[in-house]
Design a protein around this ligand. Structure first.
Ligand code: ZN
Length: 130
């Protein structure tokens, strides 16, 4: 389990090294890692950790799913955009493990996406293999 303390309402955080630590602890050399967020207003993505791109992701989320656009859920919780964004991004990724290492592409990083922060969040890592 990885605990993440976020500092903004929307924030993208690289958790690749924390996930690798969980793989190291498991001792698995060949298998898969499932990285799963238990929250309904967060997401897990794989992409490039580049500051401009991260701003672009936030920009596109604002454009596609703006805050307070007349959603029903805002009547009880005022964070409908956060839930809707989470649904579109997805709440888990699966990464292959080869020779004990996350087998990511050159520019690929595992990133946690906070969509209704700041909060303390939990990400589960299940490592399967031998
Ligand atoms: Zn809500």
């Amino acid at each position: 389990m990885i605990e993440i303390r976020t500092s903004k309402r929307v924030e993208i955080i690289d958790i690749t090294s924390e996930v690798q630590k969980e793989v190291d602890k498991s001792g698995v050399k060949d298998g898969i890692a499932v990285v799963y967020t238990q929250h309904t207003t967060t997401a897990i993505i794989i992409n490039e950790n580049e500051s401009g791109l991260k701003e672009d992701i936030v920009f596109v989320l604002d454009k596609l799913i703006p805050r307070g656009a007349g959603y029903m859920h805002d009547e009880i919780d005022n964070n409908a955009d956060s839930h809707l964004r989470a649904i579109f991004l997805g709440n888990s990724v699966v990464v292959p493990i080869t020779n004990g290492k996350l087998d990511l592409g050159t520019w690929q990083r595992i990133m946690f996406v906070e969509l209704d922060g700041p909060r303390t969040r939990r990400v589960i890592v299940k490592v399967i293999g031998g």
